[in-house]
Design a protein around this ligand. Sequence first.
Ligand SMILES: [Zn+2]
Length: 157
Amino acid sequence: MPTHTVWIDPELLLEHESVRVFLTYKEDDYDQGTRVYWFTVNPQCGELDRLCDDQPCRHVFDVRELSTWQPPAQPPFCTGANDTPENHAAWERYREHEYAAMLTTIRTAIERGELTSRGRIAVSEAKNRETTASSVSAGADPLPAEPSITGKDLDHS
Ligand SMILES: [Zn+2]
């Protein structure tokens, strides 16, 4: 009997300023559980399958790479003398704080325009785009006095 893989939408983590952020799953396998730090703004794009037209796909991102990421302070690792019930409880509390920090990080990144429904935008790239847009709208002059942004400058991603 052939097996049949059923596509299911990922779980929604949050929606903020009409940007929807979804969970991702280990090897795109729902039964293997979610990735802790990896999210996607496109439900079609996961850890392995990226069914969008963007090359490279920008929809999938690591929350720790956002400029707004501020993790809580970690307790000591549960090894040796620190392998105590108190320290295990401290780690459980840490996971809750970290989860709250991830939500805050993502919301703030959306508010700053770093994370959009099209994916993660590098801060320097967002600046370049603004510069390019303003020089284009200014530009009836075929010989601009200032050097314009060249393809070389934009093509560093
Ligand atoms: Zn994508």
